[in-house]
Design a protein around this ligand. Sequence first.
Ligand code: FES
Ligand code: FES
Length: 156
Amino acid sequence: MDVTVTFTVNGQEKTITSDPQRPLLDVLREELHLTGTKYGCGEGRCGACTVLMDGQRVLSCVTPVAQADKQRITTIEGLATGGSLHPVQEAFLAEGAMQCGYCTPGMILTCVALLAKNPKPTDEEIAEEMNVNLCRCNGYVKILNAVRRAAEKMQR
Ligand code: FES
Ligand code: FES
């Protein structure tokens, strides 16, 4: 039976009616047209679908939409404010930390969540936190540099 779910997405309240088990990823992409969140594996193994739920990263492909009820969701489309990129987005651009870009939204959101709870991560902590996010282009060195750059910039 369908349920009604109300949540905030990038600062805007949304109400949808859906099968409660439908993946949040499907709702974001197909109902709300927020296609920056990517479908990779569909089974919680690649991180392409990462979004923030109340500031915590979640894998939206394995998150039933019912879990998002009354929560605050942030997707890659919601990071920039007032026409300015988020410092993590700027750092990924400055380091050229993307090739095809498919993993990039998930990488950036995982980095945002990491730096919110650990503003000065070691390289080991970065690797540990981000190892759920896979990059098929093998851009890990530049991604690590981007996370370091973002951490430095956000401490200033
Ligand atoms: S698409 Fe969600 S983890 Fe791969
Ligand atoms: S830049 Fe292509 S998958 Fe990471």
